[in-house]
Design a protein around this ligand. Structure first.
Ligand SMILES: [Zn+2]
Length: 213
């Protein structure tokens, strides 16, 4: 299984990625982790990436792609699950070329769809304990005493990032950024849009059906 997984913040992408990884044995490749790994292992491209990171600059596409390519080439027959990449059409084209070179083309691009207002509801319910870092949610993981951390008794906070307006902004940025890339894969006929509202197991079943797995 060789897939790219897309999903806005709050769509449950991380949860579905770990289930897919578990179920099919595919390697979960997140670009952030892969980049950090290459830097830590001091590979040739890792050292190049480090130069940019140290200057506080964005790592250019060709370096990110070289790192992704190294990683993808090392993946076995179980395949991979790409997460957080590609972010642009240029990256998607480069990824296609790299995968063609190693004869491992993409099987599908899975896009988890959740209505923006539902995401705002989910994300704005988050609370966190600044003392111990324990996360809460007003609907799905409420503390025993309102506003207080179960673990350390600290006062829970509603982070600025989790305020509705900030979330709407983040979703707008996400949608603007991913729309062209999704369009690109749509034209290739490998885009699978999944309605990602509902129980985790039901969503997983929809993904499995779309993948024909
Ligand atoms: Zn706490």
């Amino acid at each position: 299984m060789r897939i790219v997984l897309f999903g806005p913040p709050g769509s449950g992408k991380g949860t579905q990625a770990s289930i897919l990884k578990e179920k099919y044995g595919a390697a979960h490749i997140s670009t952030g982790d892969t980049l950090r790994e290459a830097v830590a292992n001091k590979t040739e491209v890792g050292l190049k990436a480090k130069e940019y990171m140290e200057k506080g600059e964005l790592v250019p596409d060709e370096v990110v792609i070289a790192i992704a390519k190294d990683k993808l080439a090392s993946v076995g027959g179980e395949g991979f699950l790409l997460d957080g990449f590609p972010r642009t059409i240029a990256q998607a084209e480069a990824l296609d070329a790299a995968l063609a070179e190693i004869a491992k083309p993409l099987d599908a691009v899975v896009n988890l769809e959740v209505d923006d207002e539902e995401l705002v509801k989910r994300l704005s319910g988050r609370r966190v304990c600044p003392g111990c870092g324990e996360p809460y949610h007003v609907d799905t993981k409420a503390p025993k005493v309102e506003g207080k951390c179960d673990k350390c008794g600290g006062d829970l906070v509603h982070r600025a990032d989790d305020q509705p307006d900030a979330i709407r902004n983040r979703l707008k940025v996400y949608n603007n950024q991913t729309a062209p890339v999704l369009g690109y894969y749509g034209e290739k006929g490998i885009l699978k849009n999944i309605d990602a509202v509902g129980a985790i197991a039901d969503i997983q079943a929809k993904i499995a059906k779309a993948l024909g797995a």
